[in-house]
Design a protein around this ligand. Structure first.
Ligand code: SAM
Length: 303
């Protein structure tokens, strides 16, 4: 007869961390290491928010809870699905979002700049209308609605499937009156609309890089990742059209990931400001409406 007490939450997390490391999983969809991913899995299975977990490390989950946790661990390893899809949840800017395979897992580095209200780049008092272009799950639009409580937010995506997920999140956060969802191919459905702040995390993965992505990425919509040979197709179109959608004094903030160097190379004279995250990453660019207008000729489509 096995008389050993059930494992504590702390022990479970350590064992799962070891299993995840042994299985060679990729971490980059909400966490960046096995320990954090194990803690997220266990916390979520026990219905604890990340900030609540520390107070429960010596709890001993029931056999039923341990079985549920074990099943999630096996599924994560065997399917290589990002944990967010297995849990149907993701955390972004301190907020919880519903996610499934219709949208990428929220992880934009823009989160920390939204929470800081883009200080010192713009005075929050002058932000009345915001656009989140390529909204996916709606995470950036909803985070903006919290960060700028006086502003009106629009959130556009070309994917109706993604917009259906965004709708769930807008409702879960009670933001129906503040966040409007729009079906649009970049700016094409937004004729005449002008904003004080445009945020965007468009697709930006280069064709060759698409082939080398770890298996976890294959569960995400390719439409959300791939953007032409250099990964610059979407952002190039955005730079060309943004000037006519920004009010004077407005700003464009766009994440371009690993394509930052190619973008700078493509537009050598463009005065991109690369925002620095807490961890030193510089793949989110900022341009003012005035800079975009001054460099309009450089960004205009070539034939
Ligand atoms: C990298 S995901 C970003 C999603 C979300 N903003 C986030 O940060 O988690 C890019 C999104 O752009 C959308 N998209 C791709 N091409 C588009 C286009 N031409 N016009 C509008 N949205 C587009 C995709 O459907 C996807 O939801």
């Amino acid at each position: 007869m096995n008389t050993a007490p059930p494992l504590t939450v702390r022990e479970l997390i350590r064992r799962i961390e070891q299993r995840f490391n042994d299985a060679g999983l990729y971490f980059g969809h909400g966490t960046d290491n096995a320990l954090d991913e194990a803690a997220w899995l266990v916390g979520s299975a026990l219905q604890l928010a990340p900030h609540e977990l520390d107070a429960h490390l010596e709890d001993r989950p029931t056999p039923a809870q341990q079985n549920a946790i074990r099943a999630l661990v096996e599924k994560r390893i065997n399917t290589r699905q990002p944990l967010a899809y297995l849990l149907k949840e993701a955390w972004f800017a301190g907020l919880k979002f519903y996610v499934d395979e219709r949208v990428i897992v929220p992880r934009s580095l823009t989160a920390e700049f939204i929470v800081e209200q883009f200080h010192p780049w713009i005075d929050p008092a002058r932000i009345h209308r915001i656009l989140d272009l390529c909204t996916g799950s709606g995470c950036m639009a909803i985070a903006c609605a919290y960060a700028f409580p006086e502003a009106r937010v629009e959130a556009a995506d070309i994917s109706e499937a993604a917009l259906a997920v965004a709708r769930i999140n807008v409702e879960n956060h009670g933001q129906q009156g503040r966040v409007q969802l729009l079906h649009s191919d970049l700016f094409s459905g937004l004729a005449g609309a002008r904003y004080d702040l445009i945020v965007t995390n468009p697709p930006y993965v280069a064709r060759a890089e698409m082939q080398t992505l770890p298996p976890e990425y294959r569960h995400e919509p390719a439409l959300a990742l791939a953007s032409g040979a250099q990964g610059l197709d979407a952002v190039t179109r955005i730079l060309a059209a943004a000037p006519s959608h920004l009010n004077p004094g407005g700003i464009l903030v766009a994440e371009v990931g690993n394509s930052a160097a190619s973008l700078q190379e493509k537009f050598p004279s463009a005065p991109f400001t690369w925002l620095t995250t807490a961890t030193g990453d510089e793949s989110v660019l900022l341009l003012t409406a005035e800079q975009l207008r001054q460099h309009h000729a450089a960004f205009a489509p070539t034939r």
